[in-house]
Design a protein around this ligand. Structure first.
Ligand SMILES: Nc1ncnc2c1ncn2[C@@H]1O[C@H](COP(=O)(O)OP(=O)(O)OP(=O)(O)O)[C@@H](O)[C@H]1O
Ligand SMILES: [Mg+2]
Length: 446
């Protein structure tokens, strides 16, 4: 039964150096699950995720014949508990291990329905969200004390009960011409082809995305919307339609760039935008409930537009080129500098960088890829603060030094399709397959 004793009082009774995980389970973890709205029959200890046993899984029972405790089917939330002697502070080795653990569990084959993961030892707590193949933080790794525990739990419950539908992806590398816009357009098309509801946002004043789709801004523009929070964001959302043998079909939605957008980079105009680089995130907030994916295209320079794109994103997808050392070097800067810098000002643990991918790989480029991997090895060895391995070689493990990196081939029709104002994925079956496999590698869990 749900305990009448408030969590704060339970927490007060646990020794600051409590070494037994079982004590944290009894006096903190189970009461926490109760406070998050789960009853005893909605909580299952020692749940087999398909990728190891998590301490608890939970889900609301939908009817009296569907008791999660008995059925163990379709978990919604996973909770991994540690003792207080485990140092779960941000950046510690134990914290990194616990994060890997909850990610693994959330992606376990018995957890397809799981949306949330919590790691705690009653000193620290962090909430993670699963969206398709992506697991990303939705709170910082929070230090718990008697004064903040009630607010923390209230906030976690709020987030869990108001699951946002969209994963917001910013496609960014501060090296130009690596295929950011091409990726946004074709990934949007590939995700749409998998029946996902997609919005592409052109947040680059060059307007390459808008031009490639043959779009023009409507009466109300993105710039006006950024300046005036009273304008409903839906007024600037357009539909990209495609002529097919069966007639004209809506494919995905977009927010086009307008010619006034570039003026926002000068300081006088920038002053009109309340909250500066934080404004785009607020502007997109209502849309996060309506789409499966929101893709943001940004320019190269680490200035207003790109800073806004990263601030608005859950994850950052980084295109690089194996034949361009500078694109690899800049990917390292995104991972070690721009993403952490943004996360520092966000206070919710996000955004996070996804593993890089190679765009525009020509056939017979084995030697180039080998050279790129040698450079990557140097970056990994030189970097002191961030372990770069998983960002470059996500399959690399002790005993299995797999250095494979996802590739989109260099294919002339990918660029020529823009002249027809049609994403290449809708003109060429082969290109659709490439980008569907990009979607499958990073995002869609099928
Ligand atoms: N896989 C590919 N195969 C062939 N051409 C490609 C591929 N990816 C991108 N291109 C072409 O490379 C050029 C640069 O791509 P794109 O404009 O997408 O890069 P970007 O990173 O958005 O550039 P910018 O920094 O100017 O915004 C374009 O002409 C595009 O059509
Ligand atoms: Mg571009």
């Amino acid at each position: 039964m749900t305990s009448a004793i408030p969590l704060r009082e339970k927490l007060e009774r646990i020794s600051p150096t409590e070494g037994k995980e079982q004590v944290i389970v009894q006096h903190f973890a189970i009461p926490l699950l109760h406070e998050l709205g789960f009853g005893d029959l909605e909580i299952r200890p020692e749940f087999e995720t398909g990728c190891g046993e998590v301490d608890f899984a939970a889900r609301k029972n939908t009817q009296h014949t569907d008791i999660f405790f008995n059925s163990r089917k379709n978990p919604y939330l996973l909770l991994e508990v540690k003792s207080r002697t485990v140092n779960l502070s941000e950046g510690s080795a134990a914290c990194r291990d616990a994060v890997d653990q909850i990610k693994r569990y959330l992606l376990g084959e018995h957890c397809k329905s799981a949306r949330w993961g919590i790691i705690t030892n009653a000193n620290y707590i962090q909430l993670w969200r699963r969206h398709g193949k992506v697991v990303h933080p939705v709170t910082a790794n929070l230090a718990i004390n008697l004064d903040n525990i009630e607010n923390i739990v209230h906030d976690l419950r709020n987030k869990i009960e108001n699951y946002e539908r969209a994963l917001t992806i910013c496609v960014y590398n501060n090296k130009g011409g690596v295929g950011k816009t091409t990726t946004v357009i074709n990934l949007a098309g590939a995700l749409a082809s998998k029946r996902k509801k997609v919005l592409a946002v052109d947040f680059d004043s060059q307007g390459d995305l808008t031009r490639s789709l043959g779009a023009t801004p409507g009466k109300v523009t993105l710039t006006q919307c950024l300046k005036d929070p009273r304008i409903d964001v839906h007024t600037i959302v357009q539909t990209y339609r495609l002529k097919t043998p069966k007639g004209i079909v809506s494919v995905f939605n977009l927010i086009p760039r307008d010619s006034e957008l570039e003026k926002l980079t000068d300081s006088e105009n920038a002053a009109y935008i309340q909250k500066g680089t934080k404004r785009l995130r607020d502007l997109l907030a209502p849309l996060r409930r309506e789409y499966d994916y929101i893709l943001i295209d940004c320019p190269t320079q680490w200035l207003y537009f790109s800073q806004s794109g990263l601030f608005a994103a859950d994850v950052v997808l980084i295109p690089t080129r194996p034949d361009d050392l500078s694109s690899l070097n800049n990917a390292v800067r995104v991972i070690t500098k721009f993403v952490p810098e943004t996360a520092k000002s966000r206070h919710d643990g996000g955004p996070i960088a996804l593993p890089i991918f190679f765009n525009g790989v020509s056939s017979g480029s084995q030697h180039t890829i080998q050279l790129a991997n040698e450079e990557i090895r140097k970056f990994i060895n030189q970097e002191e603060n961030v372990c770069l391995v998983s960002y470059f070689w996500p399959r690399f493990k002790k005993g299995n030094e797999d250095k494979s990196i996802f590739k989109i081939p260099d294919y002339t029709v990918i660029s020529s399709a823009t002249f027809a104002r049609i994403p290449a994925v809708f003109k060429y079956k082969k290109v659709l397959e490439y980008y569907q496999s990009l979607a499958g590698e990073y995002f869609i869990d099928e």
